[in-house]
Design a protein around this ligand. Structure first.
Ligand SMILES: [Cu+2]
Length: 212
């Protein structure tokens, strides 16, 4: 029963040493309920859920969204503070430049920075890719991924000098509106990535839901 300790010790995502599960005990699980941002501009009401479950050496990520702009790719990540501070979701009154849009920069005050992508290979932590989920013609998508925890923890620790993933201090963001949305220049983005790709459309705070 104790053979898993060494594995979990290296990768425990809350930084604690996890004891083996007793029969019937629940796996280490986190959940975020996502609700819309910039909804008045979207003409739809994004909503969904993200769950994160530690399964052996992997983190199983499952994200379902509905009401998002249809037929386009949607960037999605967890965001957080490199110093481990607790991140929360942006709120409408945080529109610092009063252009009536919440852009990526305006999320940073309370949500920190873009950390781990939910694309084809989250463990590589490469943010600009074209491997994010693509919404259906109805405006739904589902993303499911088994992420090797040890690899993710290593990449994370290198990127954010010795920090751990600490899911329960992070938030999940979904981004993206169609390229012909006519966003004003006041909507700021990430480097050279167009603002229609990075504009946030939904956010949810991650919380641990099993009983540690
Ligand atoms: Cu993001």
């Amino acid at each position: 029963m104790i053979k898993h300790i060494s594995i979990l010790k290296c990768c425990g995502i809350v930084g604690s040493v996890l004891l083996p599960l007793a029969a019937g005990a629940q796996a280490e699980t986190y959940k975020a309920h996502l609700t819309g941002i910039n909804e008045s501009k979207l003409g739809s009401k994004p909503e969904g859920d993200a769950t994160f479950t530690v399964v052996g050496d992997n983190l199983e990520v499952h994200i379902t969204m509905r009401g998002v702009p249809r037929d386009i790719e949607h960037w999605e990540h967890f965001h957080g503070f490199p110093d481990g501070r607790d991140a929360t979701c942006v709120t409408p009154e945080m529109d610092a430049n009063h252009d009536t849009y919440i852009d990526l920069g305006e999320t940073e005050v309370v949500s920190g920075t873009t950390m781990v992508p939910f694309n084809d290979k989250p463990e590589e932590m490469k943010i600009p890719t074209h491997t994010y989920p693509h919404a259906s013609a109805k405006g739904d998508f589902e993303y499911r991924k088994l992420v090797p925890l040890k690899q993710l923890a290593e990449t994370f620790g290198k990127t954010y000098s010795g920090q751990s993933i600490d899911l329960d201090r992070r938030v999940v963001y979904i981004h993206g509106v169609p390229s012909d949305s006519g966003l004003p220049d006041s909507v700021h983005s990430l480097g050279t990535v167009p603002s229609h790709v990075t504009i946030p459309i939904a956010c949810g705070k991650i919380e641990r839901i099993d009983t540690p």
